[in-house]
Design a protein around this ligand. Structure first.
Ligand SMILES: [Zn+2]
Length: 339
Protein backbone atom coordinates (compact mmCIF):
# COMPACT_ATOMS: atom_id res chain seq x y z
CA UNK A 1 0.00 0.00 0.00
CA UNK A 2 0.96 3.56 -0.68
CA UNK A 3 4.29 3.10 -2.41
CA UNK A 4 6.22 6.19 -3.46
CA UNK A 5 5.68 7.91 -6.79
CA UNK A 6 9.09 6.65 -7.92
CA UNK A 7 8.04 3.05 -7.28
CA UNK A 8 4.69 3.58 -9.00
CA UNK A 9 6.39 5.05 -12.07
CA UNK A 10 8.78 2.10 -12.21
CA UNK A 11 5.94 -0.38 -12.11
CA UNK A 12 4.01 1.03 -15.08
CA UNK A 13 2.03 3.91 -16.51
CA UNK A 14 0.40 6.03 -13.83
CA UNK A 15 -3.08 7.41 -14.33
CA UNK A 16 -4.02 10.87 -13.07
CA UNK A 17 -7.34 12.69 -12.90
CA UNK A 18 -7.77 16.41 -12.47
CA UNK A 19 -10.22 19.07 -13.56
CA UNK A 20 -11.78 19.38 -10.10
CA UNK A 21 -12.41 23.10 -10.51
CA UNK A 22 -14.32 22.80 -13.81
CA UNK A 23 -16.38 19.83 -12.64
CA UNK A 24 -17.30 21.35 -9.27
CA UNK A 25 -18.19 24.60 -11.02
CA UNK A 26 -20.59 22.66 -13.25
CA UNK A 27 -22.07 21.05 -10.15
CA UNK A 28 -22.71 24.45 -8.57
CA UNK A 29 -20.02 24.57 -5.88
CA UNK A 30 -17.41 26.89 -7.39
CA UNK A 31 -17.93 30.29 -9.01
CA UNK A 32 -16.73 30.57 -12.61
CA UNK A 33 -14.56 33.63 -13.06
CA UNK A 34 -12.47 33.65 -9.89
CA UNK A 35 -12.53 29.81 -9.85
CA UNK A 36 -11.42 29.76 -6.21
CA UNK A 37 -12.06 26.31 -4.62
CA UNK A 38 -14.39 27.60 -1.90
CA UNK A 39 -16.07 24.17 -2.06
CA UNK A 40 -13.29 22.83 0.21
CA UNK A 41 -14.74 24.67 3.20
CA UNK A 42 -18.31 25.31 2.05
CA UNK A 43 -19.27 21.86 0.71
CA UNK A 44 -16.57 19.36 1.68
CA UNK A 45 -18.92 16.48 0.95
CA UNK A 46 -19.14 17.53 -2.70
CA UNK A 47 -15.37 17.54 -3.01
CA UNK A 48 -15.09 14.20 -1.21
CA UNK A 49 -17.59 12.71 -3.64
CA UNK A 50 -15.67 13.85 -6.74
CA UNK A 51 -12.41 12.51 -5.31
CA UNK A 52 -14.17 9.20 -4.71
CA UNK A 53 -15.53 9.13 -8.26
CA UNK A 54 -12.04 9.63 -9.69
CA UNK A 55 -10.65 7.02 -7.30
CA UNK A 56 -13.29 4.47 -8.31
CA UNK A 57 -12.59 5.30 -11.97
CA UNK A 58 -8.95 4.35 -11.52
CA UNK A 59 -6.93 7.46 -10.70
CA UNK A 60 -3.67 6.60 -8.95
CA UNK A 61 -3.50 10.02 -7.34
CA UNK A 62 -5.83 12.18 -5.31
CA UNK A 63 -4.78 15.74 -6.04
CA UNK A 64 -5.57 18.08 -3.15
CA UNK A 65 -7.84 20.84 -4.40
CA UNK A 66 -5.58 23.75 -3.59
CA UNK A 67 -5.55 25.01 -7.17
CA UNK A 68 -6.00 28.79 -6.92
CA UNK A 69 -6.17 28.46 -3.12
CA UNK A 70 -3.35 30.95 -2.88
CA UNK A 71 -3.18 34.36 -1.24
CA UNK A 72 -3.61 36.37 -4.44
CA UNK A 73 -6.82 34.57 -5.46
CA UNK A 74 -8.38 34.39 -1.99
CA UNK A 75 -7.91 38.12 -1.65
CA UNK A 76 -9.92 38.52 -4.89
CA UNK A 77 -12.93 36.84 -3.29
CA UNK A 78 -12.47 38.36 0.19
CA UNK A 79 -11.50 35.09 1.87
CA UNK A 80 -7.84 35.63 2.66
CA UNK A 81 -8.60 34.72 6.30
CA UNK A 82 -9.61 31.23 5.10
CA UNK A 83 -6.33 30.58 3.32
CA UNK A 84 -4.76 28.18 5.80
CA UNK A 85 -7.96 26.31 6.59
CA UNK A 86 -8.76 25.88 2.89
CA UNK A 87 -5.31 24.47 2.14
CA UNK A 88 -5.20 22.14 5.14
CA UNK A 89 -8.72 20.80 4.64
CA UNK A 90 -8.14 20.18 0.94
CA UNK A 91 -5.22 17.89 1.80
CA UNK A 92 -7.15 16.16 4.60
CA UNK A 93 -10.05 15.39 2.27
CA UNK A 94 -7.72 14.07 -0.46
CA UNK A 95 -5.95 11.87 2.12
CA UNK A 96 -9.18 10.58 3.54
CA UNK A 97 -10.44 9.42 0.14
CA UNK A 98 -7.03 8.15 -1.01
CA UNK A 99 -7.05 5.79 1.97
CA UNK A 100 -10.30 4.24 0.69
CA UNK A 101 -8.22 2.83 -2.16
CA UNK A 102 -4.53 2.72 -2.93
CA UNK A 103 -3.96 6.24 -4.22
CA UNK A 104 -1.11 8.63 -3.59
CA UNK A 105 -1.85 12.14 -2.37
CA UNK A 106 -0.45 15.10 -4.27
CA UNK A 107 -0.15 18.62 -2.98
CA UNK A 108 -0.91 21.16 -5.68
CA UNK A 109 0.25 24.62 -6.66
CA UNK A 110 -0.31 26.50 -9.88
CA UNK A 111 0.48 29.73 -11.67
CA UNK A 112 -0.04 32.62 -9.26
CA UNK A 113 -0.73 35.53 -11.64
CA UNK A 114 1.69 37.41 -9.38
CA UNK A 115 4.86 36.50 -11.27
CA UNK A 116 6.45 39.02 -13.63
CA UNK A 117 9.75 37.97 -15.23
CA UNK A 118 10.66 41.64 -15.59
CA UNK A 119 10.12 42.41 -11.92
CA UNK A 120 12.55 40.50 -9.65
CA UNK A 121 10.56 41.47 -6.54
CA UNK A 122 7.70 39.22 -7.69
CA UNK A 123 9.95 36.18 -7.32
CA UNK A 124 9.83 36.54 -3.54
CA UNK A 125 6.08 37.13 -3.55
CA UNK A 126 5.56 33.92 -5.49
CA UNK A 127 8.03 31.99 -3.36
CA UNK A 128 6.21 33.07 -0.18
CA UNK A 129 2.84 32.00 -1.65
CA UNK A 130 4.15 28.55 -2.56
CA UNK A 131 6.02 28.18 0.73
CA UNK A 132 2.93 28.78 2.83
CA UNK A 133 0.64 26.57 0.73
CA UNK A 134 3.07 23.68 0.50
CA UNK A 135 4.24 24.06 4.09
CA UNK A 136 0.68 23.39 5.27
CA UNK A 137 0.28 20.56 2.75
CA UNK A 138 3.50 18.90 3.89
CA UNK A 139 2.38 19.12 7.52
CA UNK A 140 -0.92 17.47 6.64
CA UNK A 141 0.90 14.71 4.76
CA UNK A 142 1.41 14.42 1.00
CA UNK A 143 3.41 12.00 -1.14
CA UNK A 144 4.54 14.48 -3.79
CA UNK A 145 3.63 17.84 -5.29
CA UNK A 146 2.16 18.73 -8.66
CA UNK A 147 3.10 22.24 -9.80
CA UNK A 148 0.96 22.88 -12.84
CA UNK A 149 -0.43 25.22 -15.48
CA UNK A 150 2.86 27.09 -15.41
CA UNK A 151 3.03 29.82 -18.05
CA UNK A 152 6.56 30.87 -17.11
CA UNK A 153 9.53 28.56 -16.68
CA UNK A 154 10.82 31.08 -14.12
CA UNK A 155 7.74 30.64 -11.94
CA UNK A 156 7.87 26.84 -12.32
CA UNK A 157 11.48 26.85 -11.12
CA UNK A 158 10.48 28.74 -7.98
CA UNK A 159 7.85 26.08 -7.27
CA UNK A 160 10.44 23.36 -7.84
CA UNK A 161 12.83 24.98 -5.36
CA UNK A 162 10.13 25.23 -2.71
CA UNK A 163 9.09 21.59 -3.24
CA UNK A 164 12.69 20.44 -3.01
CA UNK A 165 13.16 22.49 0.14
CA UNK A 166 10.41 20.39 1.72
CA UNK A 167 12.15 17.20 0.60
CA UNK A 168 9.26 16.10 -1.59
CA UNK A 169 9.24 14.66 -5.14
CA UNK A 170 8.09 17.18 -7.76
CA UNK A 171 5.98 16.85 -10.86
CA UNK A 172 6.18 20.14 -12.75
CA UNK A 173 4.10 20.71 -15.86
CA UNK A 174 3.86 23.66 -18.20
CA UNK A 175 0.60 25.00 -19.68
CA UNK A 176 1.10 25.06 -23.47
CA UNK A 177 -1.06 28.10 -24.18
CA UNK A 178 1.27 29.51 -26.82
CA UNK A 179 2.25 27.84 -30.11
CA UNK A 180 5.83 26.85 -29.28
CA UNK A 181 7.18 28.34 -26.10
CA UNK A 182 6.57 29.49 -22.56
CA UNK A 183 5.68 33.11 -21.79
CA UNK A 184 9.32 33.70 -20.87
CA UNK A 185 10.55 32.37 -24.18
CA UNK A 186 11.59 28.74 -23.72
CA UNK A 187 10.48 26.06 -26.15
CA UNK A 188 8.38 23.62 -24.15
CA UNK A 189 10.86 20.78 -24.54
CA UNK A 190 13.70 23.05 -23.45
CA UNK A 191 11.72 24.24 -20.42
CA UNK A 192 11.13 20.61 -19.44
CA UNK A 193 14.78 19.74 -20.01
CA UNK A 194 15.78 22.53 -17.61
CA UNK A 195 13.22 21.43 -15.00
CA UNK A 196 14.53 17.86 -15.25
CA UNK A 197 18.13 19.05 -14.95
CA UNK A 198 17.13 20.99 -11.82
CA UNK A 199 15.81 17.79 -10.30
CA UNK A 200 12.09 17.50 -11.07
CA UNK A 201 11.12 13.82 -10.97
CA UNK A 202 8.34 14.28 -13.54
CA UNK A 203 8.00 17.00 -16.19
CA UNK A 204 5.53 17.62 -18.98
CA UNK A 205 2.39 19.47 -19.96
CA UNK A 206 -1.08 19.94 -18.58
CA UNK A 207 -4.26 21.84 -19.40
CA UNK A 208 -5.20 24.22 -22.23
CA UNK A 209 -4.72 21.81 -25.13
CA UNK A 210 -6.76 18.78 -26.07
CA UNK A 211 -5.11 15.48 -26.94
CA UNK A 212 -4.74 16.20 -30.65
CA UNK A 213 -2.64 19.35 -30.21
CA UNK A 214 -0.83 18.32 -27.02
CA UNK A 215 0.48 14.92 -28.09
CA UNK A 216 2.91 16.29 -30.75
CA UNK A 217 4.50 18.55 -28.11
CA UNK A 218 4.83 15.72 -25.59
CA UNK A 219 6.64 13.61 -28.18
CA UNK A 220 9.33 16.34 -28.35
CA UNK A 221 9.52 16.46 -24.56
CA UNK A 222 9.88 12.67 -24.36
CA UNK A 223 12.89 12.98 -26.69
CA UNK A 224 14.40 15.81 -24.65
CA UNK A 225 14.41 14.35 -21.13
CA UNK A 226 15.42 11.15 -19.39
CA UNK A 227 13.10 11.52 -16.39
CA UNK A 228 9.43 10.60 -16.22
CA UNK A 229 7.04 12.56 -18.46
CA UNK A 230 3.45 13.57 -17.69
CA UNK A 231 0.65 14.62 -20.03
CA UNK A 232 -2.71 15.86 -18.80
CA UNK A 233 -4.71 17.40 -21.67
CA UNK A 234 -8.19 18.87 -21.49
CA UNK A 235 -10.83 16.58 -23.02
CA UNK A 236 -11.75 19.01 -25.77
CA UNK A 237 -11.35 18.75 -29.54
CA UNK A 238 -8.67 21.32 -30.15
CA UNK A 239 -7.10 21.30 -33.60
CA UNK A 240 -4.62 23.17 -35.81
CA UNK A 241 -7.01 26.09 -36.26
CA UNK A 242 -7.78 26.30 -32.51
CA UNK A 243 -4.87 24.60 -30.73
CA UNK A 244 -6.03 25.56 -27.22
CA UNK A 245 -9.43 25.46 -25.50
CA UNK A 246 -9.17 29.23 -25.13
CA UNK A 247 -9.13 29.52 -28.95
CA UNK A 248 -12.26 27.42 -29.53
CA UNK A 249 -15.21 29.36 -30.93
CA UNK A 250 -18.84 28.27 -31.04
CA UNK A 251 -21.14 30.36 -33.25
CA UNK A 252 -18.48 33.06 -33.26
CA UNK A 253 -18.33 33.25 -29.47
CA UNK A 254 -15.42 32.24 -27.26
CA UNK A 255 -16.33 28.88 -25.75
CA UNK A 256 -13.80 29.07 -22.87
CA UNK A 257 -14.38 28.55 -20.06
CA UNK A 258 -18.08 27.77 -19.60
CA UNK A 259 -19.44 26.95 -23.06
CA UNK A 260 -17.00 24.24 -24.10
CA UNK A 261 -19.50 21.37 -24.17
CA UNK A 262 -19.84 21.28 -28.00
CA UNK A 263 -16.14 20.39 -28.18
CA UNK A 264 -16.08 17.68 -25.50
CA UNK A 265 -14.18 14.50 -26.25
CA UNK A 266 -16.01 11.24 -25.80
CA UNK A 267 -14.72 8.56 -23.44
CA UNK A 268 -13.57 6.62 -26.52
CA UNK A 269 -11.41 9.50 -27.72
CA UNK A 270 -9.80 9.77 -24.28
CA UNK A 271 -9.23 6.01 -24.15
CA UNK A 272 -7.52 6.23 -27.55
CA UNK A 273 -5.41 9.12 -26.27
CA UNK A 274 -4.30 7.18 -23.19
CA UNK A 275 -3.00 4.35 -25.36
CA UNK A 276 -1.32 6.79 -27.73
CA UNK A 277 0.44 8.51 -24.81
CA UNK A 278 1.64 5.22 -23.34
CA UNK A 279 2.90 4.20 -26.78
CA UNK A 280 4.98 7.39 -26.90
CA UNK A 281 6.61 6.46 -23.61
CA UNK A 282 4.69 8.88 -21.40
CA UNK A 283 4.83 7.72 -17.78
CA UNK A 284 1.97 9.66 -16.21
CA UNK A 285 -1.17 9.91 -18.31
CA UNK A 286 -3.98 12.07 -17.03
CA UNK A 287 -6.70 14.51 -17.86
CA UNK A 288 -7.39 18.11 -16.87
CA UNK A 289 -10.23 20.66 -17.01
CA UNK A 290 -13.41 19.16 -18.41
CA UNK A 291 -12.70 15.65 -17.13
CA UNK A 292 -15.48 13.43 -15.94
CA UNK A 293 -15.19 10.09 -14.15
CA UNK A 294 -16.40 8.34 -17.34
CA UNK A 295 -13.31 9.62 -19.17
CA UNK A 296 -11.01 8.41 -16.41
CA UNK A 297 -12.57 4.95 -16.25
CA UNK A 298 -12.32 4.55 -20.04
CA UNK A 299 -8.65 5.59 -19.90
CA UNK A 300 -7.98 3.18 -17.03
CA UNK A 301 -9.62 0.29 -18.84
CA UNK A 302 -7.77 1.12 -22.08
CA UNK A 303 -4.56 0.86 -20.06
CA UNK A 304 -5.62 -2.60 -18.92
CA UNK A 305 -6.76 -1.75 -15.41
CA UNK A 306 -9.56 -3.36 -13.52
CA UNK A 307 -11.16 -0.56 -11.49
CA UNK A 308 -14.01 -0.40 -8.95
CA UNK A 309 -16.29 1.64 -11.25
CA UNK A 310 -15.69 -1.01 -13.93
CA UNK A 311 -18.48 -3.02 -12.32
CA UNK A 312 -20.79 -0.61 -14.15
CA UNK A 313 -18.81 -0.23 -17.37
CA UNK A 314 -20.95 -0.42 -20.50
CA UNK A 315 -22.37 -3.78 -21.62
CA UNK A 316 -24.08 -2.63 -24.76
CA UNK A 317 -24.78 -6.23 -25.73
CA UNK A 318 -27.40 -6.09 -22.97
CA UNK A 319 -29.12 -3.06 -24.48
CA UNK A 320 -32.46 -4.13 -25.97
CA UNK A 321 -31.55 -2.51 -29.30
CA UNK A 322 -27.93 -3.49 -29.60
CA UNK A 323 -28.02 -7.10 -28.50
CA UNK A 324 -27.37 -9.76 -31.13
CA UNK A 325 -30.79 -11.38 -30.68
CA UNK A 326 -32.84 -8.20 -30.86
CA UNK A 327 -36.49 -9.22 -31.03
CA UNK A 328 -38.55 -8.61 -34.14
CA UNK A 329 -40.76 -6.21 -32.19
CA UNK A 330 -37.79 -4.17 -30.94
CA UNK A 331 -35.93 -4.34 -34.26
CA UNK A 332 -38.62 -2.05 -35.60
CA UNK A 333 -37.31 0.67 -33.24
CA UNK A 334 -33.78 0.17 -34.52
CA UNK A 335 -34.99 0.32 -38.09
CA UNK A 336 -36.71 3.66 -37.48
CA UNK A 337 -33.65 5.09 -35.66
CA UNK A 338 -31.49 4.28 -38.64
CA UNK A 339 -33.99 5.27 -41.31
ZN1 LIG B 1 -6.85 22.25 -16.51
Amino acid sequence: MNSSIAERLRSGTMLGAEGYVFELERRGYIKAGPFVPEVVLDFPGALRELHREFLRAGSDVMVALTYYAHREKLRDVGREHDLEAMNRHAVRIAREVASEGDALVAGNVCNTWAYDPDDPATRETVRAMYAEQLGWAAEEGIDFVISETNDYLGEALIALEVIQGLGLPAMVTMAPTQPDETRDGYEYAEACRILAAEGAQVVGLNCDRGPRTMVPLIAEIREAVGCAVAIQPVPYRTDAAAPTMQALRSAGQQAFPIALEPFACTRFEMAHFALQARELGVDYVGICCGAGPHHVRAMAEALGRVVPAGKYSPSMELHPMFRADVSAKDAAFLHSWNA
